[in-house]
Design a protein. Structure first.
Length: 442
């Protein structure tokens, strides 16, 4: 009697042993072929899903050892030694995408900010502490991304729809697992829209050492600019649609040539003065917005370090300031002066202290102890007739821990000192938070 053994097939699937009796080999050989075919089918991994489902989110608790009174900068001596606390869900985001085939893909990203939607009462800092009820179209529930994409190759992709504007580090890397601080780094998140998303078109691609992206977008709305946040409010609209009388462009180029190091240049240029229901208010001006940024990340040898530098300029800032200050009280404008130039930068670095224990039970968890130092000024320069507000200049010194028990999940703790120029009080705070990000179905 001869014996034929079907050994491991491809993935190591062990099959039964079949005996072939003399004179009856043909039938049994057919049985062997059918079993081998079935075993191969079982061993072949299923094709990847055409549907992708992902999410990211964060929850935080904070204790601020300073006053939140609207007059604390006008009368700093009255509010020294105060404190207050907060809990929040800054961002909870659901991402869905589907591969339609032949290089076509669609995607939607829905973001809940601060735990819900609807109207909110706010104390308006730019209007002597008045209470206002606001419906924030882009603030509480937002479609952060909604696009159709055509891919010809890794280096040539066209995306159409509502897209992320990748200017600065935080807009490109805004998930809670991609920065150390409990909240997004305030140096650039204060003066730029964050996450910045606009409707437009994007051409992007990736090679082994480079990634590029070029975008054409709707312009910002100068009516929404202010002293504290510069152009941040200009990307949202209080109306059912966004006015696009003027347009803008953005770009980003990343380089990965050096192992563990990523460096990037990004920028934005566009007109803002007539993207409003009453463009005649900004007669004969363009309100050009120019932003340039450099950012870098180093991740090797158990060190994770980041740096970001950003400079911005607003043309016609005097006319925009004068026009916005004279808006009627029912207008969504902040009615404040706006700077001609802003500056922000920060550096941070952390070390994975669990790397000192290579034989620990879970070898893929990480515990970064980090430090952070930064600066930003939303009124860095103003035209001669506008007096800058000195409390808009801030330095950030912080440190803390980031613990990653598994990939995609982080637990954070941070002590932060926001340093102000005299006579303003410094603003220390203690924060803890959790965050997650990842694709759950891919």
């Amino acid at each position: 009697m001869k014996k034929i053994r079907l050994l491991t097939l491809g993935t190591g699937l062990a099959c039964a042993v079949y005996s072939l009796a003399a004179g009856n080999g043909g039938d049994n050989l057919r049985d062997v072929d059918s079993v081998a075919t079935a075993a191969t089918a079982v061993a072949t991994p299923p094709p990847p899903s055409r549907f992708q489902l992902g999410a990211y989110g964060e929850a935080v608790a904070q204790r601020m050892f300073y006053s939140d009174n609207v007059a604390r900068y006008a009368y700093p001596e009255r509010y020294a030694g105060a404190s207050h606390g907060r809990v929040d869900l800054p961002h909870v985001v659901l991402y869905m995408a589907y591969d339609l085939g032949r290089g076509w893909k669609i995607s939607t990203e829905l973001e809940y900010e601060h735990g819900g939607s609807g109207s909110t009462y706010e104390v308006e800092y730019t209007e002597a502490g008045e209470y206002e009820t606001e419906i924030e179209k882009g603030g509480e529930v937002a479609i952060e991304q909604f696009w159709v994409e055509k891919s010809w190759a890794s280096y040539a992709n066209l995306r159409l729809g509502h897209i992320i504007v990748p200017v600065g580090m935080t807009n490109q890397y805004h998930m809670p697992t991609e920065f150390f601080s409990v909240l997004r780094p305030e140096e650039d998140a204060t003066i730029l829209p964050c996450t910045w998303h606009e409707t437009g078109v994007s051409l992007w691609g990736r090679t082994r050492q480079w990634r590029y992206e070029v975008q054409g977008l709707a312009g910002l709305d100068a009516e929404r600019f202010n002293d504290v946040n510069w152009i941040q409010g200009g990307s949202t609209s209080p109306y059912e649609y966004k006015i696009a009388n003027r347009y803008a462009g953005a770009f980003r180029v990343d380089n990965y040539s050096l192992r563990g190091l990523r460096m990037a240049l990004s920028g934005y240029f566009g007109f803002s003065a007539k993207n409003t229901l009453k463009p005649e208010r900004y007669k004969d001006i363009n309100g050009s917005v120019t932003v340039g940024a450099f950012d870098a990340t180093y991740n090797a040898h158990n060190v994770l370090a980041r740096a970001n530098v950003l400079y911005g300029h607003l043309g016609d800032s005097y006319t925009i300031s004068r026009t916005n200050r004279n808006m009627p009280s029912a207008s969504p404008s902040a009615r404040t002066d706006v700077a001609s130039d802003v500056l922000s930068w920060y550096v941070e670095a952390g070390y994975d202290v669990l790397s000192f224990f290579p034989k620990r039970k879970y070898g893929d968890d990480r515990l970064y102890v980090y430090g952070h130092y930064g600066f930003y000024d939303s009124m860095h320069k103003t035209v001669a007739s506008i007096t800058p507000k000195e409390w808009c200049e801030k330095r950030i010194i912080s440190g803390g821990v980031n613990y990653f028990p598994v990939a995609g999940l982080v637990i954070k703790a941070e002590y932060r000192l926001r340093q102000m120029k005299a006579p303003f009080n410094n603003e220390p705070s203690l924060s803890v938070g959790i965050g997650y990000s990842g694709l759950f179905l891919k």
